[in-house]
Design a protein. Sequence first.
Length: 166
Amino acid sequence: MKENADSAKQFLEKIVVNVGVGRRSQEQNFEEKVLPQIKKDLAYIAGQAPHARRARKSIAGFKIRQGQIIGLRATLRGKKMVDFFQKLIMMVLPRVRDFRGLDITSVDGGGSLNIGFKEHIVFPEIHPEESLLSFPLQVTLVPKLKKRDRALERYRRFGIPLKKET
């Protein structure tokens, strides 16, 4: 890591780790078996218990009912945020298969960097042989400064591999 943990704490406001349960919520044993497994794995990854995100209204086309759990989210701040950030750069990104750097379009206008993982097993806390199911997750790094170009500069200084603009 090119910059230290203190500067990461000054640069980042929060890190949000999000998992959408998608079609799994339609399964018979979702509440008893699938949801607890996802919660447990996400708690290992984030270092804190995730909060269930519920549907605000019913959408018949997606077979979603109001109040149904549609995702899990953990918001990291302070020391947990810095530890997760270091783990993400040092261990997780190098473990992603065929990783060639993050697309620069992953950074939005406000400077937030969104990283999607197809499988949660790239995180070192998860043992693939013990995990009963695989699920995708999203990590969002939210900086304190809300300018895209300045945020891109800082991400590069922290050692996050961003592809060049074409």
